[in-house]
Design a protein around this ligand. Sequence first.
Ligand code: AMP
Length: 217
Amino acid sequence: MRKYVIMGAQGSGKGTQSELLCRGLDLVHISVGAVFRWHVKNRTKLGARVRRLVTAGELVGDDLVEDVVRERLAQHDWNHGFVLDGFPRNRRQAEFFLESYDVDAVIHLDLPDEEVRRRVLARRLCSRCGQDYNLISRRPEVEGRCDVCGGELVTRADDTPEALDRRLADHHRTTGPVLELFRRKEHVVTVDASAGMDAVQQRVRDRLGLPPHLPPG
Ligand code: AMP
């Protein structure tokens, strides 16, 4: 069983690195943001409560996020472990997490703000199946269309320059204290996330003592 938390600013590659880590190691990628986006898209009751905040890139209330994480982890569909992405995001969430759960390591992806901006504004998402793209590093074969299902590629509603600046400021304010709390109890590895996705994945695995990353092809 392997359990990890992954942290980093938007665009630092949390989603991509989580997916690469999960593939091969048979872990489950638990993205809290993706859970909320699913609820918004499918117009659930929870979706209606969080729609405005998620669209504006603002944080959802701690009680609600904690309930979502507790319920998600209680599903126990992660026999071999999980990578938790997007949680905890502040001190209170970290205290809640540390009271109830243990992880093998916290992966902190480190990226300068300028590179965060460049990457985030190039992000696209398939409106049908949710596959991620990036016009810099992971372009679709046909412009504007998903390689997997042919759906239309759109910009995430919270990937505007204004929402991004707000999230970056939040990120800097809250990340330090969260890492500090984690360092007292857990193994924290900080990895430079500015290289390509395969190189970053290899660094993460080296630091965690995991089997090597085998890029496709
Ligand atoms: P993400 O995909 O991680 O950028 O998350 C998208 C949105 O989901 C955020 O802008 C928040 O509105 C909400 N969200 C995700 N994780 C959290 C969290 N740990 N605490 C509060 N809100 C969150």
